[in-house]
Design a protein around this ligand. Structure first.
Ligand code: SF4
Length: 160
């Protein structure tokens, strides 16, 4: 995993590194049973090189805690490892360039469940033997009450 992280820190496979301060590989136990995958790091994540530390991350952490899940118990990352300009959706070629990193993380961690948050993360190819769940992105969930309700129901259902 360390080698993979170093590869991400120095990666120039797509244009996104040019606008970013840090690569954000993701964090969590290497033997996590559950992985959460979002779209891309934001400005706050880029500042510190850690995933989901901003407003959306705080919301996600709260919803997970309400469902008995501690951030420390799961591996959390994004389908794209550098922030995007003005937090725009990653382009298809950026997702394609970055995807091998996520797939390698899944191969190393071998989780039982992978929760894909938001439509961009839903593009992740699936491995046999792992349960995948598609949920709304917590950023949308934190902003729109209807989406928030749906997100909370989805997380509750996964934990059941
Ligand atoms: S977003 Fe991914 S593919 Fe693009 S430069 Fe960063 S690590 Fe490399």
């Amino acid at each position: 995993m360390d080698e993979l992280n170093f590869a991400i820190y120095g990666c120039k496979k797509c244009r996104l590194w040019q606008d970013a301060k840090h690569g954000v590989p993701g964090e969590g136990p290497i033997n996590a049973k559950i992985m959460f995958v979002g779209q891309n790091p934001g400005v706050e994540e880029d500042e510190v090189g850690r995933p989901f530390v901003g407003k959306t991350g705080k919301y996600l952490t709260k919803v997970l805690a309400e469902n008995g899940l501690s951030r420390e118990d799961l591996f959390i990352t994004n389908i794209v490892k550098h922030k995007t300009p003005k937090n725009r959706k990653p382009f298809a070629d950026e997702v394609a360039a970055c995807l091998p990193y996520l797939l390698e993380q899944i191969r190393i961690i071998k989780p039982e469940k992978v929760v894909l948050m938001g439509k961009t993360a839903w593009l992740t190819p699936r491995f046999n033997g792992i349960k995948y769940y598609e949920v709304v992105h917590p950023q949308a969930a934190s902003r729109f009450p209807k989406m928030g309700k749906k997100f909370q129901e989805q997380i509750k259902a996964i934990m059941r």
